[in-house]
Write a protein that binds this ligand. Structure first.
Ligand SMILES: Nc1ncnc2c1ncn2[C@@H]1O[C@H](COP(=O)(O)OP(=O)(O)OP(=O)(O)O)[C@@H](O)[C@H]1O
Ligand SMILES: [Mg+2]
Length: 228
C-alpha cells in the first residue's frame, strides 16, 4: 500500500461516552487506513462501536483522542465551518434510513449537497440525472421519496452520496432496512460503483453477504480493530 494511495486514515482513535457517573470507553485505540479504490467492510457485534467509528471517520463526531486524516488533511484541526465545507465536499454518506427530504423529488434530493454548497441548479441537474440513471432510476427523477420503494430510496441516497464526487463513501448498514433480494440489488450497485467507477467505500454491516464483497473485512472487538 503506497502512502499516497491512502485516502482515509484513523490513528489511535479513542472514544468515551459519559452518561451520568459512568464512562463508557467504546473505542480504545483504533488504527485504520483505507486506500483509494478500496471497498472495506467493518463488522462486529451490536454495540461494539461501528457507527461510533464511522461517525468519527466521517468527521461527524470528534474522538476523545486520536487523529483522522482525509486526503492528508487533519480534519479535526479545521474550524467547524471549514470542517463542514470539507466534509460536504469530500465524503458521501449512506445510512440505514435514507434521510431523504420528503418534500423534494428524487432529482432534487440528489442535487441537494451541491445546492447547499451554493451551486447553480442548472449546472448540476445533468450530472444528477446521470447519477440517477447510473443507479437505475432514470424514470423516477420526479418522484418524491414517499412515492419510491425502500430499495429505490436507498439508491437515491447512494446517488446523493456521489454527487460531489467524494473521495470516500461512508455507509452505515446501508441495506439494514431492506428485504434480502432488494438488499442484494443494492449490494450489486455498491460493488459495481466500486469496480467500474473506482468509488472508495467503508461500510459497517451485519450482512455477511455485503461484508464478503469487500476487499478487506475489519472486525471491531473490545474497542480495537483487527483484520479478519
Ligand atoms: N451518544 C452516545 N452517548 C452514550 N453512549 C453512546 C452514544 N452513542 C453510542 N453509545 C454507546 O456506544 C456503544 C457503541 O454504539 P454504536 O452505535 O457505535 O454500536 P454499533 O457497533 O454501531 O452497533 P449496531 O451494530 O447495533 O449498529 C453502545 O454501547 C452505545 O450504547
Ligand atoms: Mg451501528
Amino acid at each position: 500500500m503506497k502512502e499516497d494511495d491512502i485516502v482515509l486514515e484513523g490513528a489511535d482513535i479513542h472514544k468515551s461516552f459519559q452518561t451520568g457517573a459512568e464512562t463508557l470507553h467504546v473505542l480504545k485505540g483504533v488504527d485504520i487506513r483505507i486506500s483509494r479504490g478500496e471497498m472495506v467492510s467493518v463488522v462486529g457485534a451490536s454495540g461494539v462501536g461501528k457507527s461510533t467509528l464511522l461517525h468519527i471517520l466521517g468527521a461527524l463526531d470528534r474522538p476523545t483522542k486520536g487523529k483522522v486524516r482525509l486526503n492528508s488533511t487533519d480534519v479535526f484541526a479545521l474550524s467547524d465551518k471549514k470542517l463542514a465545507y470539507f466534509r460536504n465536499k469530500t465524503i458521501g454518506f449512506v445510512f440505514q434510513f435514507h434521510h431523504l427530504l420528503p418534500e423534494f423529488s428524487a432529482l432534487e434530493n440528489v442535487m441537494m449537497p451541491r445546492l447547499i454548497a451554493g451551486e447553480e441548479r442548472n449546472s448540476i441537474k445533468e450530472e444528477a440525472k446521470h447519477l440517477l440513471s447510473e443507479v437505475g432510476l432514470a424514470d423516477r427523477a420526479n418522484h418524491k421519496p414517499g412515492e419510491l420503494s425502500g430499495g429505490e430510496q436507498q439508491r437515491v441516497a447512494v446517488a446523493r452520496a456521489l454527487i460531489n464526487r467524494p473521495q470516500i463513501v461512508i455507509a452505515d448498514e446501508p441495506s439494514g432496512n431492506l428485504d434480502p433480494s432488494t438488499a442484494q440489488e443494492l449490494h450489486d450497485l455498491i460493488s459495481e460503483l466500486n469496480r467500474k467507477k473506482g468509488c472508495t467505500f467503508i461500510i459497517a454491516t451485519h450482512n455477511q453477504l455485503l461484508a464478503q464483497r469487500a476487499h478487506r473485512i475489519i472486525t471491531l472487538a473490545h474497542g480495537k480493530a483487527m483484520p479478519s
